[in-house]
Design a protein. Structure first.
Length: 150
């Protein structure tokens, strides 16, 4: 089942380089903020070396899509791990998210990071991992871009 964007959902686009401070906080780009304090759900990405950040409505939709597309056994397994690995956070008045220490350790987030738009969600990568990903994905990106007329 393909994911669709609800008309009221923000679109996260762009790439921003921001540093984690000593308390493991990272500033969310102002273009991605709606309110003085925005709520997000963080989850360590299971297939990439990054943290995925979603608005609550996108997080809920992921669970619903899993239920609609997987067997009951696969869905139960997914739910256990997806929800147990997630962490709800709100930005502070300066637009910063506090990242859990274990997420930073798992994904190598220290110092400079890249916040990378991904349509209805965004990801936080360490600089080296993001650079390696971009270099490795370039040929596939170019092929798909040509196929869609870019």
């Amino acid at each position: 089942m393909a994911s669709t964007i609800h008309p009221s959902t923000r679109v996260f686009a762009g790439e921003f380089r921001h540093s984690l401070d000593g308390k493991k906080r990272v500033t969310i780009p102002s273009a991605w903020r709606c309110n003085e304090t925005d709520e997000f759900v963080l989850i360590p990405n299971p297939s990439e070396p990054c943290v995925t950040v979603m608005p609550p409505e996108v997080f809920e939709r992921v669970g619903e899509e899993a239920k609609a597309t997987r067997s009951p056994q696969e869905y139960r397994l997914f739910v256990r791990l997806f929800y147990s690995n997630s962490h709800r956070v709100s930005t502070d008045k300066q637009g910063r998210l506090l990242l859990p220490e274990n997420y930073c350790s798992q994904k190598g987030l220290v110092g400079d990071t890249f916040l990378v738009g991904g349509m209805d969600r965004f990801e936080i990568w360490n600089v080296e991992n993001w650079t390696n990903f971009v270099n490795g994905a370039k040929a596939t990106y170019e092929e798909v871009a040509r196929a869609v007329g870019l």
